[in-house]
Design a protein around this ligand. Sequence first.
Ligand code: MLT
Length: 260
Amino acid sequence: MDATIDGTRLSWQEAGGGERVLLLVHGFPFNASMWRPQLADPPAGWRLIAPDLRGFGASGPATGARLGMDRFAVDLAALLRHLGIARVTVCGLSMGGYIAFALRRGAPKLVAGLVLCDTRAGPDSPKAREKRLHSAERVRMDGTAGVIEGMLPRLLSPVTKAHRPELVDEVRAMMEAAPAQSVAGALIGMAERPDSTPLLRTIDVPTLIMVGADDEITPPGDARMMARGIRGARLEIIDDAAHLPNLEQPATFNRLLGGI
Ligand code: MLT
């Protein structure tokens, strides 16, 4: 489905149905199709909405040099308004988690619950920030191949890489579909994102935190830190998964999602 909202074309996929709405926010540099196993098996009683973020998938192109987390959050709030939805549980993976924090900061009334997957509350270290800004520069000059080759080996667990070559291909294809301008813009947006650590103690909605046991990009230590900071948060560490547990271990991920 798609609609032009506040001048931008936004595209999204839907599945399931019910009173409760789960907004699935994809990571970088993916698109809504990364939620394929969740859209195929929605938890009972939930309506799932999986948008393509601005600049990714079938949504309108990124304009300007920077795609900030707040910009994405404003788009998502506008999409929910367009759909007449007042409250959602936001499930964000990695960059999607940074955007979930931005939504909670900018539109707290919208957020009825959080599912934070393979993400972190802290900002980039000065070194990581510099590396990201340098990558954005390289993407602008040489395209996205360097970023993809750098990320791909770290995205999936050894078990996934050994037994599911088709998933490795699927993830690579999703990354290759992302336009260079969007990739560069989101790298800058992530480098500039604020520290969400102070937000953690203000979170008063049901929160589930999930992470792949083999995740090197946002390791289980980051998930534990968020779990310690959010009152009543539940932490689940998923074996034989790295940065994309929803694709690597969909049955476990979907069961946990069904328990929120
Ligand atoms: C993602 O999967 O969204 C990215 O790995 C996030 C990041 O690089 O910080």
